[in-house]
Ligand binder design. Structure first.
Ligand SMILES: Cc1ncc(COP(=O)(O)O)c(C=O)c1O
Length: 404
């Protein structure tokens, strides 16, 4: 690891050098499942994790290993594990710390898939959880039970963009010897480094900003060598959640432009958030880059940029919200985020539909909430699209009565 390089240089060069045989600069795709060893002793030490190496495709491959080393360096970690999706990373990270009879504290507005795993699958294996408001660290600590074994947070959260104080939470958890897992998907390693702020493990859906092109599903777990070795051998390998070489190649390629992409996502999102906040048909905008955001100051201190996701509530409610996204012509209605295209979605009926309505409202995911993943297009075109959709929303007769 070249620790003296700046982030943007590391994104391009870290752990990569021309192929010694051909001189090829881009990473080779090595899809081999089986690997040969010079002798039985070497094979045994690689399998035992005593020597660096790859031995069977379900536990990793050389292309993914290059990517894992790069991700570890970008997050400032000892090691990383590439897996088949963000949900694979999240489930592996949680199962790495939890077993039958254990309890985990979870921040209240998390990605719908994480909520599903914790409320539907994990309880079948005797793992229980409580969703707590982690913006209140003291209140969060009160929810610790004798069998609590980990704390899981997502910041900024999906879809409300709630910002949590990673340093304060991890310091408090250290006193209780509780490992803290942080979903860093919305930020990418470019904008936030949870491990430097005291977290034990970072998880990513690399499907989003890390790959950035909407054509790969992947995830990463990032942490100490010991934690990653256990997760590789006992969880990823045994459950068969490995990341294949082709997808790793695509991510390595997509990542070359990550710093540029993320910078532009942030710039466009700030402009869109300011436009929406000033619009008379918009009730509320959630974006950490706005002064009106309740954790704006914390966001400025903790994050290098405010990210590409903006959520808002349109005046009226669910009917108006759906009508608005149906009227967009450039932005597309889609479940994903972090792609070059501007994508919009309605969390209550899409990504967070599996959360019962009562809890959704408790988590602040109202029926009228819309989430926008602001893309890389010219921001004037994105705004013009929202402008025409908002103009079409209310009949002319009602327009004059709508005031900010
Ligand atoms: C914050 C966050 N974490 C994790 C995931 C899951 O990622 P994947 O779809 O790659 O499994 C998502 C998906 O949208 C997400 O938004």
């Amino acid at each position: 690891m070249q620790s003296e390089w700046k982030m943007d240089t590391k994104i391009i060069h870290e752990s990569q050098s021309p192929d010694p045989r051909t001189g090829a600069i881009s990473q080779s795709v090595i899809p081999a499942v089986a690997y040969a060893f010079p002798d039985a002793e070497t094979a045994a030490s690689v399998v035992a994790g005593e020597a660096e190496g790859v031995y069977y495709g379900r536990y990793g491959n050389p292309t993914s290993r290059t990517l894992e080393k790069k991700i570890a360096a970008l997050e400032g970690a000892e090691d990383a594990l590439g897996v088949s999706s963000g949900m694979a990373a999240i489930s592996i990270a949680l199962l790495g710390f939890l077993k039958h009879g254990d309890h985990v504290l979870v921040t209240k507005d998390v990605y719908g898939g994480t909520y599903n795993f914790l409320t539907s699958l994990a309880p079948r294996f005797g793992i229980e959880c409580d969703f707590v408001d982690c913006t209140d660290t003291a209140g969060m600590l009160q929810a610790i039970k004798p069998n609590t074994k980990a704390v899981y947070i997502e910041t900024p959260s999906n879809p409300k963009l709630t910002i949590l104080d990673i340093k304060q939470i991890t310091q408090a958890c250290k006193l209780h010897k509780l490992p803290v897992i942080v979903d860093n998907t919305f930020m990418s390693p470019c904008l936030q480094k949870p491990l430097e702020l005291g977290a034990d493990v970072v998880v990513h859906s690399a499907t989003k900003y890390i790959n950035g092109h909407g054509d790969v599903l992947a995830g990463f777990v990032v942490g100490s060598k010991e934690v990653i070795r256990f997760m590789r051998k006992r969880l990823m390998g045994d459950l068969g959640q490995n990341l294949n070489a082709w997808d790793s190649f695509l991510i390595l390629r997509g990542m070359k432009t990550m710093a540029l992409r993320v910078e532009r996502h942030c710039r466009n999102a700030q402009t869109v958030a300011e436009y929406l906040e000033a619009h008379p048909y918009i009730e509320r905008v959630f974006y950490p880059g706005l002064e009106s955001h309740p954790q704006h100051k914390l966001a400025l201190a903790q994050m290098k940029g405010m990210g590409g996701i903006v959520s808002f509530e349109v005046k009226g409610g669910i009917t108006e919200g759906k009508k608005l996204i149906n009227s967009l012509k450039l932005a597309m209605i889609s479940f994903s985020l972090g792609d070059p295209e501007t994508l919009v979605q309605h969390p209550a009926s899409m990504t967070h539909a599996s959360i019962p309505q009562k809890e959704r409202v408790q988590f602040g995911i109202t029926d009228g909430l819309i989430r926008v993943s602001v893309g890389l297009e010219d921001v004037h075109d994105i705004i013009a699209d929202f402008d025409q959709a908002l103009a079409a929303l209310f009949p002319y007769t009602e327009r004059n009565s709508i005031s900010k």
